[in-house]
Ligand binder design. Structure first.
Ligand SMILES: *[C@@H]1O[C@H](CO)[C@@H](O)[C@H](O)[C@H]1NC(C)=O
Ligand SMILES: *[C@@H]1O[C@H](CO)[C@@H](O)[C@H](O)[C@H]1NC(C)=O
Ligand SMILES: *[C@@H]1O[C@H](CO)[C@@H](O)[C@H](O)[C@H]1NC(C)=O
Ligand SMILES: *[C@@H]1O[C@H](CO)[C@@H](O)[C@H](O)[C@H]1NC(C)=O
Ligand SMILES: *[C@@H]1O[C@H](CO)[C@@H](O)[C@H](O)[C@H]1NC(C)=O
Ligand SMILES: *[C@@H]1O[C@H](CO)[C@@H](O)[C@H](O)[C@H]1NC(C)=O
Ligand SMILES: *[C@@H]1O[C@H](CO)[C@@H](O)[C@H](O)[C@H]1NC(C)=O
Ligand SMILES: *[C@@H]1O[C@H](CO)[C@@H](O)[C@H](O)[C@H]1NC(C)=O
Ligand SMILES: *[C@@H]1O[C@H](CO)[C@@H](O)[C@H](O)[C@H]1NC(C)=O
Ligand SMILES: *[C@@H]1O[C@H](CO)[C@@H](O)[C@H](O)[C@H]1NC(C)=O
Ligand SMILES: *[C@@H]1O[C@H](CO)[C@@H](O)[C@H](O)[C@H]1NC(C)=O
Ligand SMILES: *[C@@H]1O[C@H](CO)[C@@H](O)[C@H](O)[C@H]1NC(C)=O
Length: 842
């Protein structure tokens, strides 16, 4: 008998242990967006990691006109506030929501000075789905950083958070959170103080946290709350004449239950409290009172948290809770309600401010019916409830504030419109697939992909990038945290350098605008790219390019010298590439033909540049428009990859890397990318394969004038390569001057690049190795057989000594670490070379 009792007891203890362990399990929110706006890197704030806004695939930003980023200096309170996204037109963040239900929306603001805009007086209007969160709010009368917290019930798969600037002004935000809330945390109904009937359907309202206090205790920040809430200490609101004492116990002694967990409030909230002070004040009126300024036009959800950490035994305390002048709970007896000491309890009410005063007061005080004269309060939350217009700020509804195109009524036509668009796009792609080899012209993009665009600069250049198209779906920005953009040029300097954009100095025209040859005052020759403001595609490419180039420095990438953004111009200054694009040395001009060795060296250089793009940055960078006009040659015929206008970082972060528009140039386009719109480094590899064939055959990637089977160089050359007869179609200038083994290696390499499926294509590192090997075969053979002068066709000014990095026949092993690559990261090459030297290693 006794042992059975023991067993029951032991089981009960185990069960209790289990229960208490279970209630301490952490809540993991299904939706958990912590984003820092405009930043280019993760920011850790209060123990949590905020991710840059445009790096998340499940989040998109659509803005009516340009949005951009401003960054303050390090005097801001936290790095979370160091960048802001500024909107000069209506802009919406669209969050994909995995689980419907209540979500926190937290908005962080820091109207930092010197931002080029008066953020302090910028009226902020924010709409979340159908709720107005902020309406014409300014920070003018406030100081410091701001956190606004809202709870709204999201009932669809997306949440639209829209920022609406007023005329001629801007709106901004520094960081945003959208995080799931457990269903049990916020009530659907609560008792209204003026009537005994509960007010229901709170879940259909939006709530804004206006006060959340940890009575008698310290500030609790987001990292110490499983739901990321902030609990202020109460001393600011304590009515001065109140006599109050602080209480605290060990937080571990707080006993949670099934219905009251740490999601209700952290144990540190319950472990401290304020109680009535000593009875040196007249006992009956010695209420402890907190006073809160509130907007008298709104109702508030008031939640009072209790936990008896004061009493030594049960039933030792009975008191009243007052809200305004009403007794909210008479004779509150925690012992009866909880059955235990240190066991939390809370109660919700709905109230307004006390008549006309614009304040809401909460008090605890003794119950006159009993002669126990102490009272306690542990925590308090006051949340504003949205009004009938669905607003938490003013009387305008979301529909009134949103531009017509964004309000719900107009959504259906938009959806139909985009459906039609999608069908048209599919049809277009189908058409292109059938006719691709015949198509002559370059197809421009039809969609408006949300490219993650960031620019770098510094304070003096914090100017708005003018948006030219109102309908632009693009957002652009300047993030000024790291100013590695190189030299800043005044517009006057640019005018001087280009002789006022003299058309005789025009080097080329691209999607972004025009490129001029120029000379700086010190005589340095430069290429000046002048942004074409009429082209929104150009604008975006331009910004991508600044960002890419400013981060990337490599011997085989065209380097950025500086930029100018005065007078709303966007001008980039590059090193001048004396010998222009590779293509002009292959065909279509009268330039002397390149030797095989030169061609190999150029291909190797370009491959190195691409290899660096694919591997050196934290995330791989995909060029997306590899072609012979984007490989430029300097005065020493060193190849450098140019035009990052279509660059996009690789798929590491962005798992569902489906780009919304096929970009690139026909003839070079990876067929797999074209079909599946899935972008990988292997798309560049394919295009590079086309370049290799073009270099070998000296003909364009697409030659529509030729017989059908010859139009597309990739198909045409592949058919000959498969027959092992590539020499049949190669440049006639090369016939008889190429070592067959070298050509064989080259042909095999190009063939692998042009493989149908990305996974079958080699990496740029492998290609580099193979091309180096082809060069090696060429050089050793020509050394063996008393060669004809390979430089016969060279332009006389070429000095081979300056090709030293490639002239590696002497000391192969050193190539990898001879400082060719500024970053010293070319380990693939050096290991490749050791394999080359020791063939058994491969
Ligand atoms: C940024 O944070 C996200 C989420 O925590 C993480 O997945 C990512 O690896 C971080 N990126 C960097 C560069 O630290
Ligand atoms: C940083 O900003 C503060 C004002 O926000 C200003 O007082 C200070 O001079 C700035 N520092 C620098 C280095 O610009
Ligand atoms: C916005 O607020 C400013 C004062 O802060 C006021 O002058 C202006 O009339 C308000 N605009 C609207 C449309 O409410
Ligand atoms: C803002 O803070 C600064 C110093 O931190 C202070 O001098 C200024 O008076 C404050 N302004 C307001 C409106 O509180
Ligand atoms: C904004 O501009 C529109 C028309 O351009 C005007 O009707 C409206 O009053 C303006 N609003 C403000 C707040 O200036
Ligand atoms: C209670 O207050 C609400 C608004 O707060 C009001 O709509 C309702 O009519 C009031 N009920 C009574 C009985 O006064
Ligand atoms: C959210 O709203 C829906 C529909 O009004 C309701 O069924 C659901 O219970 C609400 N969720 C919460 C957590 O209140
Ligand atoms: C109670 O604690 C608050 C904050 O923890 C503190 O500001 C206040 O001075 C304390 N009051 C007393 C009477 O100790
Ligand atoms: C409570 O906040 C006040 C200012 O509001 C601060 O002076 C005090 O130190 C805080 N107390 C604790 C314990 O953090
Ligand atoms: C908050 O949590 C951190 C670690 O998560 C801890 O080091 C710190 O002491 C906690 N702060 C408080 C006030 O509990
Ligand atoms: C309430 O309890 C606290 C803590 O035990 C004590 O300091 C205070 O004097 C009590 N107040 C009254 C009125 O008894
Ligand atoms: C540029 O300015 C320098 C003097 O600063 C002048 O000598 C030169 O002729 C100018 N060049 C052009 C193209 O105007």
């Amino acid at each position: 008998m006794k042992s059975a009792n023991w067993l029951v007891l032991v089981l009960a203890v185990i069960l209790l242990e289990f229960l208490s362990w279970r209630t301490e399990a952490l809540f993991t929110p299904t939706d958990n967006y912590l984003i820092v706006c405009g930043s280019s890197q993760n920011v850790t704030f209060q123990g949590r990691t905020f991710v840059p806004d445009l790096l998340l695939s499940s989040l998109s930003l659509k803005s009516e006109s340009t949005s951009y980023v401003a960054t303050s200096n390090s005097s801001v309170p936290s790095s979370l506030y160091q960048s802001a996204r500024i909107f000069s037109g209506v802009a919406s963040y669209k969050f994909n929501i995995k689980q419907e239900g209540r979500h926190w929306i937290r908005l962080y603001f820091y109207p930092f000075p010197k931002s080029g805009h008066d953020l302090l007086s910028a009226p902020i209007t924010v709409v979340a789905d159908d709720f107005v969160l902020l309406n014409n709010f300014t920070f003018e009368n406030y100081n410091g950083s701001f956190l606004f917290e809202y709870a709204i019930n999201v009932t669809s798969a997306t949440l639209m958070l829209t920022f609406i600037p007023w005329n001629n002004s801007v709106s901004f935000v520094n960081a945003i959170e959208v995080v799931s809330i457990p269903d049990a945390v916020l009530p659907d109904q609560a008792l209204a103080l003026n009537s005994s009937a509960p007010v229901s359907s709170l879940s259909e309202s939006a709530l804004e946290t206006v006060y959340r206090l940890n009575m008698g205790g310290p500030l609790i920040t987001a990292q110490n709350d499983t739901l990321g809430r902030t609990w202020e200490n109460d001393s600011k609101y304590l009515h001065v004449s109140s006599s109050a004492v602080n209480l605290s116990v060990n937080p571990a002694s707080i006993k949670y239950t099934d219905s009251i967990t740490q999601e209700t409030a952290p144990n540190r909230v319950y472990a401290t409290a304020v109680a009535m002070g000593d009875a040196n004040v007249p006992s009956m009126n010695s209420k402890v009172t907190w006073v809160f300024p509130v907007d008298s036009n709104f109702r508030y959800l008031v939640r009072a948290h209790f936990c008896d950490i004061l009493s030594q035994s049960l039933n030792a305390m009975v008191f009243n809770l007052y809200i305004n002048d009403d007794i909210a709970v008479p004779s509150l007896d925690l012992s009866t309600l909880t059955g235990k000491l240190n066991l939390p309890y809370y109660k919700d009410f709905i109230s307004k401010s006390s008549a006309e005063s614009g304040t809401l007061t909460v008090s605890i005080g003794p119950d006159s019916a009993v002669d126990i004269t102490n009272a306690t309060l542990n925590g308090l939350e006051i949340m504003k409830i949205s009004n009938d217009a669905g607003s938490l700020d003013g009387l305008s509804s979301a529909a009134n504030l949103l531009p017509k195109s964004l309000s719900k009524k107009n959504r259906i036509p938009v959806i139909i419109g985009s459906l039609v668009g999608a069908v048209a796009a599919v049809a277009l792609i189908g058409f292109c697939c059938c006719c691709m080899p015949i198509l002559k012209s370059k197809v421009t993009n039809h969609g408006h992909p949300m490219l993650p665009l960031r620019l770098y600069g510094n304070f003096r250049t914090m100017t708005k990038i003018s948006a030219t198209s109102q309908k632009s779906g693009r957002a652009s920005c300047i993030s000024l945290a790291s100013s590695n953009l190189g030299r800043f040029f005044t517009f006057r300097e640019i005018l001087n350098a280009t002789n006022k954009f003299d058309e005789t100095l025009l080097l080329g025209v691209g999607g972004f605008g025009r490129v001029y040859k120029g000379a700086l005052e010190d005589g340095t020759k430069v290429a000046v790219k002048r942004g074409n403001h009429r082209s929104e595609q150009g604008l975006a490419e331009f910004q991508t390019e600044i960002e890419m180039l400013s981060k990337l420095r490599h011997r085989h990438l065209v380097s950025l010298i500086g930029y100018s953004d005065e007078r709303s111009e966007m001008i980039l200054v590059y090193e001048y590439m004396a010998n222009g694009p590779l293509r002009s040395h292959l065909y279509g001009t009268n330039l002397p033909s390149l030797s095989w060795k030169q061609r190999l060296e150029i291909c190797i250089g370009a491959a190195r540049g691409l290899h660096y793009l694919h591997t050196s940055a934290a995330r791989s960078i995909i060029h997306r428009d590899v072609k012979t006009t984007n490989i430029l040659l300097d005065e020493n015929f060193i190849a450098k990859v140019a035009d990052f206008g279509l660059s996009k970082t690789g798929p590491e972060l962005d798992q569902t890397h489906v780009s919304t528009a096929v970009k690139g140039s026909f003839g070079y386009l990876d067929p797999e990318y074209f079909r599946r719109q899935q972008l990988t480094e292997k798309s560049d590899v394919y295009s590079f394969g086309v370049v290799l064939m073009e270099v070998l055959c000296s003909r364009p990637a697409l030659s529509p004038g030729l017989p059908r089977e010859q139009v597309n160089i990739a198909e045409w050359a592949m058919s000959w390569q498969k027959k092992g007869m590539l020499e049949q179609i190669m440049d006639s200038n090369l016939v008889g001057k190429v070592n067959p083994a070298s050509l064989k290696k080259y042909g095999e390499t190009a063939e692998k690049c042009l493989a149908e499926h990305g996974i079958d294509r080699p990496s740029m590192g492998d290609i580099l190795w193979n091309l180096e090997y082809a060069l090696q075969l060429e050089e050793t053979s020509s050394a063996l057989m008393e060669p004809e002068d390979n430089s016969m066709n060279h332009i006389p000014t070429i000095q081979f000594t300056s090709l030293e990095p490639f002239d590696n026949s002497v000391s192969l092993i050193n190539v990898g670490n001879s400082g060719i690559d500024d970053d010293g990261k070319d380990s693939a090459t050096s290991s490749a070379f050791s394999q080359l030297v020791n063939p058994s290693g491969r």
